[in-house]
Structure formats: C-alpha cells, structure tokens
Design a protein around this ligand. Sequence first.
Ligand SMILES: [Zn+2]
Ligand SMILES: [Zn+2]
Length: 280
Amino acid sequence: MQIPTILLPKPQNLFHHRAARSRELALTHASLTGYLNLMAELADGQHSLSEKLPGTPLPDFYTEPPLDISSWQRDSVWRDALRLIVKCFGPKDAPLATILKRIRQAQDNELETWADWLLAGELESLEPGLAPFAAAALQVYWTSLASRLNADDIKQPETTYLCPVCGSLPVAGVLQTGGSIQGLRYLCCGLCATEWNRPRIHCVHCGSSKGVAYFGIEGMGEVVKAEACADCKTYIKLMDREKEAGLDPVADDLASLALDILMVEEGYQRLGFNLLLITG
Ligand SMILES: [Zn+2]
Ligand SMILES: [Zn+2]
C-alpha cells in the first residue's frame, strides 16, 4: 500500500476540533484553564471564518515550497480575517479588551509588519498578547490555501524538517493511527497544518539515530513526549494518537508547557514553536 508523504489540512473540521480539544484539556490543566479556554474561543473564530473565506488565487506553478512564508505575496484577505476574528470576542476583562482594541485600530501596514515578524519566528518583537490573534488569522489564510493544493505535485524540501507547503517549522510530530499510516510519524506544520512523513527514531533536525531519547513528565500521561537528540541538543514533541485519538498538535502542545520547561532545564533547544503561545 502506498504511503502518503504529505497530508494536506482539512480546514472544515481542523479548527472546530481544536476548539473542542482545547476545552477538554482546560478541564484537566488547572493552571492553564483560562488560557486554553481563550485559545478555544480563538479556534471557534477561526472555524467560523474558514468557512467564509473567499477562495484566494493559488500559484500557477509550484515553487519549492509552493506557499513559501518568505516569498508568498499575502492577500489582504488575512487582514480581513484578523479583523473578523476580533469581532467574534464578546466583552472581555481589561488586559484582553486592550489587546482587541489595539488590533481593531491598527493600520494595514502595521498588521503586515506583525505578520512579517510572526512568520520569521520573531514573536518577541510583537507587543505582548498580539501574537496569538495575528497568528490565528494567518493560520486560517494559509490553511485555506494549503487545503486546495494538489499533494501529488508537492516535493519534499531538501531541509526535511521544514513544511513542504509553506517552509515553516513543525509544531510537533504525531504518531498516526489507521490504514496505511498506522504507527507512522508525521510532522505537523504550525502555520498551514500540513503534515508530512518523517521516519521515527531519527532526530528530525540532524537525522542522527544514536542519541535519541524520550522525556516525559510524571503524572502528565503518555500522550505527549519530548524526543530529544544528544547530538544536536534539539527536541520536538511527539504525540501518540494510539494513546489519545482526539489529540490536536497545537492544543496539546500548549497544554504541555511543563515539558518545555523541563527540556530547557535539561539543556535542549526546541525545534519550532507554537504561534499561539503568549510571550512576555
Ligand atoms: Zn506549512
Ligand atoms: Zn539531532
């Protein structure tokens, strides 16, 4: 049986599912309840928007990668998406109300600068609290485009840990279940939600298989582990659908922040990041 190298996203249920999973995780992660519920609300906004987003033009021919974050000419649609997402939020407490007002009042060129920073991974350049909202709009836009590509025409990039559709870093790896992909590892793009197959046990970053070790946190269950490489000192989270069929790489990553803290203490650097993480 042929194994698909790339699984394109399905925005019809991606954000809806993420909202539900975030709410579920909020119930069992007391210290993150407020944050995860807010992320659920954001995912609700993404879901309702992804259904309304106009079908913006796709590339005539596929570059490598076809929707490259560093060169793709963004359509103004993503800014409309951001302004609409903000409208989905009802009255809020003071800090959040300030952030939402800031976004509502921002000019187009400001929003574009925020997008440039986010896509370059410079989350700390943005004013505190803005990143998840701007990133949510960019996710809706890129996911909508990615979902309409033809997977057979997309080539695996030379740098195999980058998303073959948009060139972003992965947010996590997932061990899949079902059919021909049972037990295989796919990396999940933090922006366009494309998943691409990478062999297990080998370091995602440098390819070494010698010093790969797995870290977990006692009491946090077996669903999320950190796969760490002794050679290049990087790690990526590995999530197991066999243990939790309903996991969502973005929501489960946010809910396992404690594991990131442990890995930093152990001297490892994370490969990739979560665009929805509030910095500062
Ligand atoms: Zn991508
Ligand atoms: Zn490595």
